[in-house]
Each structure stands twice: as C-alpha cells, then as structure tokens.
Design a protein around this ligand. Structure first.
Ligand SMILES: Cc1cc2nc3c(=O)[nH]c(=O)nc-3n(C[C@H](O)[C@H](O)[C@H](O)COP(=O)(O)O)c2cc1C
Length: 172
C-alpha cells in the first residue's frame, strides 16, 4: 500500500469513529486561544486526580499557548453547539481573539475560559506533553468538573455533526 493510499485509508477509517467534540481553551501569559478537538480522551479516573489527553497540531496557536500557560479547559460541547465547534475550528476566520469575542465565556477557578452551554467542562493543569511528529499529545490533570443540565453531547463522524440515538432492545 502506497503512503498516499495509506494516509487516505487512515483518514477514511478514522472518519467512521464518531467522537464527541470539545473545545480546548486556554488563557494566561501565553495568550488566549481555543481550538476544536475530536481527540479528547479520558486517561484515568483513579490517579492522584483524574486525567485526560488531547492531541493538538503543533502549528495551532492553542498548542503553544497551553504549553506556556500550563493550564486549559476541555469544554465538551452540547448537541446544539455546532456553531461554536465551527467557530473554534477556524471556519469563518482563523484569528483566535475573534473566536472569544463571538463566544459566551467566563473565567474558571484556574483562570481558564469556560464556554457557556458546554455539557461538561474539565478544568485542567498541564501534567505533561509529548510532541509526536505533527501533534502535541497534551495530558491534563483535572482540578474541577462543571456539568450542565443538558447531558447530550455533540458528535462528529463521517465528516458531519451527529447526535447519539438510543438503540431499542437495551433499556437503561
Ligand atoms: C470536529 C473537528 C475536530 C477536530 N479535531 C482536532 C484535533 O483533535 N486536533 C487538532 O489539532 N485539530 C482538530 N481539528 C482542527 C482544528 O479545530 C482547527 O481547524 C485547526 O487546528 C486550524 O485552526 P487553529 O488556528 O485553531 O490551529 C478539528 C476540527 C473539527 C471541525
């Protein structure tokens, strides 16, 4: 399999993995920045504190800002927040300060931007980071979790926004 074909098949394969959508936000000496992510993943609930990771492109201003600020929020978007996802993905302008001007947010306990309406917000301090080829794998220690009363998260799969539907036959 040629490398171009391998890359295309990798992208197609991963596009079939529907994921939730988060916006990583950060503020401090390294600047205020935010970026839309499908790579947010829980690492552990049972360490000294819970931890999570995100993979952010090394050319994203958000990655440099998180590494400098050593803190960030992972804002898990609610099902009705597609527009916020597009905003922080740079669809409509790639200027990071403008993203915050168009979003409703407030500073959390660590001084990190909390996006209004997010279904869950994980306030993190940077624990460690690894540059793997193009992306920083950023691990955060979770200091606080805010939960909204809207538990349905926005999903992204097969290159479109989606929502989870309940399958019949397995009642909860
Ligand atoms: C649904 C969705 C998921 C994304 N997931 C990631 C991701 O996990 N990591 C990443 O570096 N960029 C991801 N991106 C791309 C960034 O949001 C952004 O478009 C890109 O980094 C360029 O803008 P920047 O100035 O914020 O870096 C995603 C975009 C979308 C729409």
């Amino acid at each position: 399999m040629g490398m171009e074909d391998l890359r295309a098949r990798f992208l197609e394969g991963m596009s079939r993995a529907a994921t939730f959508v988060a916006v990583a936000t950060t503020d401090g000496d390294g600047g205020r920045a935010g970026v839309t992510l499908s790579s947010l993943t829980s690492v552990s609930a049972d360490g000294d504190q819970p931890s999570l990771l995100a993979c952010i492109h090394n050319q994203s201003p958000a990655a440099a800002a998180i590494l400098k600020n050593r803190a960030f929020c992972a804002n898990l978007l609610a099902e009705d927040q597609q527009a916020l996802s597009d905003l922080f993905a740079g669809r409509g302008g790639n200027y990071h300060a403008a993203r915050f001007a168009r979003a409703d947010w407030s500073a959390g306990a660590l001084g990190q931007p909390i996006l209004a309406g997010a279904t869950a917000v994980f306030e993190c301090r940077l624990a460690t980071a690894l540059l793997w080829e193009t992306h920083h794998i950023i691990v955060g220690r979770v200091h606080a979790v805010r939960l909204s009363d809207q538990p349905a998260a926005l999903l992204y799969g097969q290159r479109a926004y989606r929502r989870a539907v309940h399958l019949p036959g397995h009642e909860v």
